[in-house]
Design a protein around this ligand. Structure first.
Ligand SMILES: Cc1ncc(COP(=O)(O)O)c(C=O)c1O
Length: 388
């Protein structure tokens, strides 16, 4: 018996997917560079903070979120020179995924258009579709080094009278770029002129390489009233299973966000308390992760570029590689299927991030350096097998 007749219609066109993730965990010898789940365990003092908070009785409703946690988030964001009011401008979410869902829920109506770059993190697609919004893709364009960057003319061409919002990811997953000030100025000028909202997914801001800096679009002229900054502790503190994140927006957009009926907050109060501890004392741990990621990136990029037919630019931020394998003459999905079967290496086809990602594959560098050596051996061996 089918239950389709009961379904919200948007759900019928959305797939599932979690079952395969569970199966993958059980394959012996598999190296899984599919999901961006950091391989670091959170420091004990943060785990202790959860227990301590429970024992202190922080087990009750915290309507609107714990104010101390919101203050700690506002203080954290102040490092970009921006003062936000914790009470009226910070919304606590259960990780980045809820931030995306809640932000979309606040502004997207059926038929509205949201511009998503191509390639882009695939976690934007389903929430947009769920709210009945139409996704309009704006192709990114490769720079001299081979990194995909936003192309303002493509974004302009994607704008119509129905455009409600644009999503940017800075630093970008999977492209690995950090937006330049000029790119952000062009985007913000367009957003003001055409009157749309910008979602700034800044989940990877603690992982920016070679001295570059994250520039907040929130601070550009006319943007505070039309920007939602989305973030998460998932990558910053390797907290993917603890589910904490936030949205920063102007007071009016924040008010809309808080009307979304998503439960009182959706992050257990004890974890909110531990989040305060992480923001206070977790930075040594973040630095350790940064160093490890940088070593992995340097090592793997070098090895990738030694493989004939593969070109791999150095990412400016985040911990993914997005090499160009088009020189191998095989579609990226087939390549990933083959390397999974023959070398037990799980990586993701570029097309998962949009059609423009064809000819690329994504590797999440979430294994220690020693395992990265094995990854690159497997990658190289598989490429050699492909060559006649
Ligand atoms: C760009 C981007 N945004 C949001 C998320 C979702 O974050 P979370 O795991 O906190 O839900 C991810 C996760 O990989 C991501 O890469």
């Amino acid at each position: 018996m089918s239950v389709e007749r009961f379904a919200r219609k948007e759900l019928l066109s959305l797939g599932g997917g979690s079952a395969t993730r569970v199966m993958i965990g059980k394959i012996p010898g598999l190296i899984n560079l599919g999901a961006g789940d950091p391989d670091f365990d959170q420091p004990k003092f943060i785990a202790d903070a959860v227990y301590k908070a429970m024992m202190e009785g922080h087990t009750h409703y915290a309507f609107g979120g714990d104010l101390e946690f919101k203050k700690a988030i506002a203080e954290y964001y102040a490092k970009y020179g921006i003062t936000v009011d914790p009470e009226t401008q910070v919304t606590i979410t259960s990780g980045g995924s809820q931030a995306i869902f809640q932000a979309f829920a606040a502004v997207l109506n059926p038929g509205d258009e949201i511009i998503i770059l191509d390639p882009a993190y695939q976690g934007y697609n389903q929430p947009a579709a769920y709210f009945g919004a139409k996704i309009v893709r704006a192709k990114m364009k490769k720079d001299k080094s081979g990194l995909f960057r936003p192309e303002i003319n493509n974004i302009k061409a994607a704008v119509t009278k129905n455009t409600k919002a644009l999503m940017i990811c800075n630093p970008d997953n999977p492209a690995g770029i950090v937006y330049t000030k000029k790119e952000l100025e062009e985007i913000s000028a367009l957003a003001v002129e055409k009157d749309f909202v910008v979602f700034d997914d800044m989940i990877y801001t603690e992982f920016i390489w070679r001295g570059r800096k994250y520039a907040p679009i929130f601070d550009m002229p006319g943007m505070q009233e039309r920007t939602m900054v989305l973030s998460s502790f998932s990558k910053t503190f390797a907290w993917t299973g603890c589910r904490a994140g936030f949205i920063i927006a102007g007071p009016q957009l924040s008010e809309l966000l808080n009307r979304v009926p998503i439960g009182i907050c959706s992050v257990p109060v004890a974890f909110q308390k531990a989040g305060i501890e992480a923001l206070k004392n977790g930075w040594g741990f973040v630095e350790e992760m940064r160093k490890a990621y940088e070593e992995r990136i340097e090592y793997c990029v070098k090895r990738m570029n030694e493989i004939s037919g593969v070109k791999c630019p150095m990412p400016e931020g985040a911990f993914y590689l997005f090499p160009d394998i088009s020189g191998l003459g095989i579609p990226s999905a087939k390549f990933c299927e083959g390397i999974f079967k023959e070398e037990k290496l799980r990586i993701v086809p570029g097309t998962n991030y949009g059609p423009n990602g064809e000819g690329h594959v994504r590797l999440a560098l979430v294994v220690p350096l020693k395992t990265c050596e094995e990854v690159m051996d497997r990658f190289e061996r598989y490429v050699k097998k492909l060559k006649p």
